[in-house]
Every structure is written in C-alpha cells, then in structure tokens.
Design a protein around this ligand. Structure first.
Ligand SMILES: Nc1ncnc2c1ncn2[C@@H]1O[C@H](COP(=O)(O)OP(=O)(O)O)[C@@H](O)[C@H]1O
Ligand SMILES: [Mg+2]
Length: 415
C-alpha cells in the first residue's frame, strides 16, 4: 500500500469554519491524489449537510452493520461534479441521526475506527474533528504535530482552544512517557520516587493556576539538571517540544493588522506562556470571509465546486519561481538555542516577529486572491510540507495507538 498522510483539522471550538475548511481543503488535495474526508464530528453530521449528494452508507453501517469503512465511502455525483474534476475525492459521512454510541464511542469503537482509518487506501485522509478536547478528539491527533488548527480573528475563546489542543497533545505524550509501563522507567536510578515527583511536576505545569512551573521548557530544564542533559528521559522530553510543529489556518481573514492582533498574537502568547516557546509554528495561509462561501454552505455545495474555470493557468517562469517561494514561505525550520541557555522560556518575541513577517509577505503577494485561490494556496503549502518534511511533522502516516508510540519513542531515544 502506498504511504498516505492523515491530516486532522481541528479547532477546539465550533463555528470557526472547520468543516468548511476541511471539505474544501480535501477537494483541493484531491486534485493531487486520492483523498478521503472523514466526518469525526459525528454528533452534528456536518459533512453530509455540507455536500448535497445521496449517501448510501455512512458510519452507522460501519459501526452497527460491521461493514468495512472502505465500503462506506461517498463520491460526488454528476450534478455536483459534471466534469469529474474531483473524481479522486470521497468522504465518509457521519450517521444521519444522533446515535449515542457513535457520537461518544467508547474505547473498543475508537480502536476499531482508528484501525479502519489506518487501513484506508488513499493518498490523503482529512479528518474533520469534533470541537472540544476529550479523548475522542485527542486520540485521533498525531503525537508530533498539531495537524491543521483553525481559528479566526476576534474570537478569543477559539484562539485559546487552539493553543489548548497543542497543550493537550504534548501532555498526552509526556504522560505516556511517565507512566509506570513506560520503558523509560528502568532508565532512572531512584525508580518510583523520581517517577512520582516527575508526575507531580507535570501536574503542576499543566495546572494553569499554578505559576511555579509555568511551562514545559521550565520542566525540561529541570529534568536536565536532575538527570543530566544526556539522559534518555531528558532527551525524550526535550525532543518532544523541540520537534513539535504547529500548523494553523486563519479563517475569516480580514487583513494583516487585525488578524495579527486579534488571532495570531494571542495564540502565540498563550502557547509560549503556558505550553512551550520552542515548538515550531507555521501559518499555512488564510481564507477570507466571503459571501460566496457562506452561500455555498447554505446551498450544500462546497464552494470549490462552484469554480468553473479550474483555476488560473500560469506558465511564466518568473511566476512559477515566485509561486515556489510563496509555497515555502515560513516553512524553514527555526533555529533554536540549546534549552539550557534559554533565559526567558516564556518570551514569544521571535515567534511574533516571524509570524508577522510571514503574514505581511503573504499578504503583499496574495491579497487579491479569491477564496478559491485561498484553498488552493493552503493545499499547495500542505503538499510542499509533505514533500519536503518528515511525515511526523505534518499529520502522520497513521493514527498511533499510545503503546505503539511509546515503543517507537523509546527505540529512537535509546539508539
Ligand atoms: N470563509 C468564510 N466566509 C464566510 N462564511 C464562512 C466562512 N467560513 C465559515 N463560514 C460560515 O460560518 C459558519 C460555521 O462554519 P462551519 O464550517 O460549519 O464551522 P465549524 O465546522 O467550525 O463549526 C457557517 O455558517 C459557514 O457558512
Ligand atoms: Mg463542523
């Protein structure tokens, strides 16, 4: 089976345009490879409401009738896609009505669905996640990056929720590292006591009301001074933050100034203060507020399907070079100082300057793009990232079960 990429789209809060983005992003990706969009916001059936095609089988058939997930796919019909431009696109719809065990599936259901998604045959799988931060969301997310986070200007609670997703992923991984079953347990000299203290420390970092250990960078420095900088646990924790990548998309974009002050800056401030200032942050692009998008949603036709010209054809070399530069904008890895030399671990300075810079450059080049072009640009940048970076930096090649991830992590760090 070819190597595929699973990309979750999440927001923490509803109403920010997650489904709108996931649907159109998946359509844009499908021009480059077989793409399956999976509705994991199973309580709202959002995707089946966004795409007006007859649906024969959905998650109900998978869960209740034990049908293979690959038999529960829906493709577009001739009415929505007369030129078959999106023939590589398919989706898995949520059930028609709210079915408790499908909306809040327990461990066994979750395990079965994860296995099934992992064995779907596609190049790209896009997951439209539920809002909120319970284990039915977190357990579908990668361990080493955020997937795509969506937030919008002027909605502080959604911005906060987006940075809380990053926090939840990182803490999930750390807690895994410090479980009693962790293979790392045998690498610490004093065994149980050190373990108990570390877990208490993690609790204190996670507790935003406890200011004594503000974030993971402080925790990592602390570990280094207790265990030594080269200890496998120290390294595993430092790598967990240093190699973590955040990718975000601004929906309802309304210009550089406003988007930066009311969305990007609060996002980064919260992230650096309460989580880590060392994670790499990438703006994948924006989607403008557009009446056409909203109308398309109301008509249950994904906006991208309404574009009939198929996008502008470009053939001039200079333009292509410019495109390549814009594609790679802000994606180069960040240079970090060794953790021990970090003086103020909650200083967002570098991130802010960099994000503002990227936003300004993008705006100078892309301000006249319509919303169709917005989705294309984001898809291009996602594809570029997948081509040029390790799979664990953006989405992942599979949804990892915790045990599996822990084993892989230990094997890597004890090398
Ligand atoms: N870029 C946009 N321009 C205009 N309206 C939008 C845009 N994105 C989303 N909307 C509207 O916002 C509402 C919420 O969008 P939706 O994608 O359902 O959000 P979520 O999945 O996060 O709950 C919908 O009415 C949708 O039409
Ligand atoms: Mg939705």
């Amino acid at each position: 089976m070819p190597i595929k990429r699973i990309i979750p789209v999440s927001s923490g809060k509803g109403g920010v345009g997650k489904t709108t983005f996931a649907v159109n992003f998946a359509l844009a990706l499908s021009r480059h490879g077989r793409t399956i969009l999976v509705d994991l916001d199973t309580g709202t059936s959002a995707i089946r409401n966004a795409i007006d095609v007859p649906i024969e089988k959905d998650l109900y058939h998978f869960f209740r009738r034990n049908e293979p997930l690959s038999d529960c796919l829906t493709t577009l019909d001739d009415r929505l896609d007369p030129e078959r431009r999106y023939r590589n696109f398919a989706f898995v719809a949520g059930p028609l009505h709210l079915i408790e065990e499908i909306t809040n599936f327990g461990a066994a259901h979750k395990h079965r669905l994860i296995e099934a998604i992992n064995s779907l045959d596609a190049d790209y799988i896009v997951l439209d996640m539920k809002a909120g931060l319970d284990s039915n969301v977190i357990d579908f997310l990668p361990f080493s990056n955020s997937g795509i986070l969506i937030f919008t200007p002027h909605l502080p609670s959604a911005t906060l929720a987006a940075s809380d997703i990053v926090k939840a992923i990182l803490f999930r991984k750390l807690r895994l590292l410090f479980t009693r079953e962790s293979p790392f347990f045998d690498t610490v000299p004093s065994g149980l006591d050190f373990w108990r203290l570390s877990n208490e420390l993690i609790d204190r970092v996670e507790d935003v009301y406890d200011a004594s250990v503000p974030n993971l960078d402080v925790f990592a420095v602390d570990l280094a001074s207790n265990l030594g900088a080269d200890h496998p646990i120290t390294k595993a924790v430092q790598n967990t933050v240093d190699f973590f990548r955040v990718h975000y998309v601004l929906n309802l974009f309304n210009g550089v100034e406003d988007s930066f002050t009311t969305a990007v800056k609060p996002f980064i401030d919260n992230l650096t203060h309460h989580v880590s200032s060392r994670v790499a942050i990438t703006n994948l692009g924006w989607v403008t507020r557009s009446e056409a998008i909203h109308r398309a949603n109301c008509d249950r036709i994904p906006a991208l399907l309404l574009r009939r010209d198929g996008g502008k054809k470009k053939n001039r070399v200079a333009e292509e070079l410019e495109d390549l530069r814009m594609m790679a904008l802000g994606l180069e890895p960040m240079k970090r100082k060794p953790l021990r030399e970090t003086t103020n671990p909650t200083d967002p300075g570098d991130h802010l300057a960099r994000q503002l810079d990227v936003l300004k450059t993008m705006f100078a080049q892309k301000k006249d793009d319509d919303s169709y072009a917005n989705f294309d640009y984001i898809a291009q940048r996602a594809l570029f990232t997948m081509d040029t970076r390790r799979p664990s930096e953006f989405g992942d090649i599979r949804i990892w079960e915790p045990k599996e991830m822990l084993g892989a992590l230990f094997a890597k760090s004890s090398r």
